[in-house]
Structures are given as structure tokens and as C-alpha cells.
Ligand binder design. Structure first.
Ligand SMILES: Nc1ncnc2c1ncn2[C@@H]1O[C@H](COP(=O)(O)OP(=O)(O)OP(=O)(O)O)[C@@H](O)[C@H]1O
Ligand SMILES: [Mg+2]
Length: 304
């Protein structure tokens, strides 16, 4: 499985482009009177892999949606290689947590060719791009099948191929492996590193999983609990590859991330009028997503 991708930077980026730099500058996002995120600033280098961690409901998806041009900030600016994000753009590819985003009535190959088709690429180009990016995620042999005939992990790989076929400069991923079983998730994490090397894209990757962030990221940004969530801390991940989140060299970073998230989950619980002691274990177990998930469900209820 891990041999499925033949990393070939020249063919993957035949146009010579690489990832774009992303600047988030003083961004505030509001939904009516609800203040979701406040004064967020992040400079993401071209080709960097940034993971966003934070308690559920804090605003990670909201920030990603703003980067994708789906949500307009109330204040502040978002720029990609210096150009403002004004709306959805094929240069900014979004991979959602659920592979329901795939078109069930199109074959896998047609799904991946969809973006190039919409942008008026010739039939030959569409099929070459579909072939290239299905090859990159190891699913060339599934081109003629329908999404409903694939496993969850395979559908997620199709979704990634479909986004990459637009040859985006920035890939935004919202808990893309959150619904997968632990083993498939591990395979996908390995593939992610290779896809990233093959394409040179800048990646902003939301996850609940501290170990996943340590495995994949160049830097990890931790968000505070909402409302009006901001960036609590940004950590560089200076570990040699191939990475092992349980390795002794990762212990200090892991501890710091668990502490930060634990504090924010407990804060979220307190804000909901719940016993913050509940969060003691939740913070420690945040790698499973349990604590943050609970935080989110409560937060959402409160917001209604
Ligand atoms: N369209 C919207 N209208 C009103 N409120 C919204 C909207 N979208 C998000 N919110 C609120 O903004 C806050 C942040 O939501 P968001 O989905 O970004 O959180 P999240 O960090 O991605 O959570 P999770 O980890 O559970 O996915 C939540 O309180 C949510 O209820
Ligand atoms: Mg979310």
C-alpha cells in the first residue's frame, strides 16, 4: 500500500508551480452576533505543512472555510502569495472529513477529472490528470468503479486525488482521516507525507489527534476554546523522519500539546457550567478526540 505512490515531483507539478505562501492577518470571523474567531494571525510558508489543533467547536473548520473562500472574515485579511482570498478558487483545494462530497453517480475517474473538466481542459488532459492523481493515491485500478463500491479509506483517497487534480497550490484538509479506523488512518498518514513530497503543496490540516499532528506537521498551531477563539501557541516540529509520535524525542512536544489542549478543553467545560474535573482525563486523552469532541458537542448546544 505504501508503495502505491511513485513520488515524481516533475510530473506531479509539470507546470513548475509549488505551494503558495499563506498569510492570515488579524482575522476575526463572526456569524451574526456570534464571535467565532478573534484576531488570528498566521504566516504559513510555501510548501509548509501546518496542523491546526484545538478543542471542538473552537473554530478550526471556520478558519479553514475562510481560507477556502467559503466564509468572509468580519475583519482582517487572508492572502495567498500576496493575493487576497475573495472566494472559492481551484488553487485552494478543500478536503472534507466526510467523503460524501464525492459524486456517487460519477465513476472514480470521472470524479477526479471533474475539476479539470469544469475548467475546460481537453478530454485528453482530463484523463491524463485523473490517471496521474489516481496513481498518486494508489487507486488507478479503481478508475471505472463508483464511489459506493469503495471502502471509506479508498473514498477519502479519491477525494484527495480529486482535489489534487485541480493542481492546487494550497490544500486545506478538515479532519480528513477522522472517520477512518486506526489502521487505515495510519496508512493514510504515511501516504499524506508522500503526497505532500510529490506535489510540494502547502497544507493546512485540521486534526483532533496530537500524534497525527506530530507525525505530519512542520508546525502545529493550537487554538484556544471559543467563542472568540484565537491562537494559543505555535510549535515547530523539529523531528527527523520517518517520524514516530511515541519516540522519546517527541515526548516534550507531545506533553506540551496535551497540556495546552487539556487546558482549553477544561476551559470550555467550565464555560458550559460543567465540572472542569471532567476535563482532567479528557485533556490527557485528547489524542483520541474524546475530550475535544465532548467540548464541541456542548459548545454547539450552547450556541443554538
Ligand atoms: N454557519 C454558522 N453559523 C453560526 N455559527 C456557526 C456557523 N459555523 C460555525 N459556527 C459556530 O462557530 C463555532 C466554531 O465552529 P467550527 O465548526 O469552526 O468548530 P471546529 O473547531 O471545527 O469544531 P470541531 O472540532 O467539532 O469540528 C461553533 O460554536 C459553531 O457553532
Ligand atoms: Mg470542524
Amino acid at each position: 500500500m505504501t508503495k502505491a505512490i511513485e513520488a515524481d515531483p516533475t510530473s506531479a507539478r509539470a507546470d513548475g508551480r509549488r505551494g503558495a505562501s499563506v498569510r492570515v492577518d488579524g482575522v476575526d470571523i463572526r456569524f451574526g452576533s456570534f464571535h467565532a474567531v478573534r484576531d488570528i494571525s498566521l504566516d504559513i510558508a510555501a510548501g509548509e505543512f501546518l496542523c491546526l489543533l484545538g478543542p471542538s467547536g473552537c473554530g478550526k473548520s471556520t478558519l479553514l472555510s475562510a481560507l477556502a473562500g467559503f466564509v468572509r472574515p468580519y475583519q482582517g485579511s487572508l492572502t495567498v502569495d500576496g493575493s487576497p482570498v475573495t472566494g472559492p478558487d481551484p488553487d485552494l483545494g478543500m478536503v472534507f472529513q466526510s467523503s460524501e462530497a464525492l459524486f456517487d453517480w460519477l465513476t472514480v475517474g470521472q470524479n477526479v477529472a471533474f475539476g479539470p473538466r469544469m475548467r475546460g481542459r481537453s478530454r485528453a488532459e482530463q484523463s491524463a490528470l485523473a490517471d496521474e492523481y489516481l496513481g498518486l493515491v494508489g487507486l488507478r485500478h479503481c478508475a471505472g468503479r463508483f464511489p459506493g463500491q469503495l471502502s471509506g479509506g479508498m473514498r477519502q483517497r479519491v477525494q484527495i486525488a480529486r482535489v489534487l487534480a485541480n493542481q492546487p497550490r494550497v490544500v486545506l484538509m478538515d479532519e480528513p482521516f477522522g472517520a477512518l479506523d486506526a489502521q487505515t488512518r495510519q496508512v493514510m498518514q504515511e501516504e499524506m507525507t508522500r503526497i505532500r513530497q510529490a506535489t510540494g503543496c502547502t497544507v493546512v490540516f485540521v486534526t483532533h489527534d496530537i500524534d497525527e499532528a506530530i507525525l505530519l506537521a512542520d508546525r502545529v498551531a493550537v487554538m484556544t476554546a471559543g467563542p472568540a477563539a484565537s491562537i494559543k501557541a505555535v510549535y515547530p516540529v523539529d523531528l527527523p523522519g520517518p517520524r514516530d509520535a511515541s519516540a522519546p524525542e517527541a515526548a516534550e512536544l507531545r506533553r506540551a500539546l496535551r497540556q495546552d489542549i487539556g487546558e482549553e478543553v477544561r476551559k470550555a467545560l467550565r464555560d458550559q457550567g460543567l465540572d472542569p474535573e471532567l476535563g482532567t482525563d479528557l485533556g490527557a486523552e485528547v489524542g483520541t478526540g474524546l475530550g475535544t469532541k465532548l467540548g464541541a458537542d456542548l459548545g454547539t448546544e450552547e450556541d443554538r
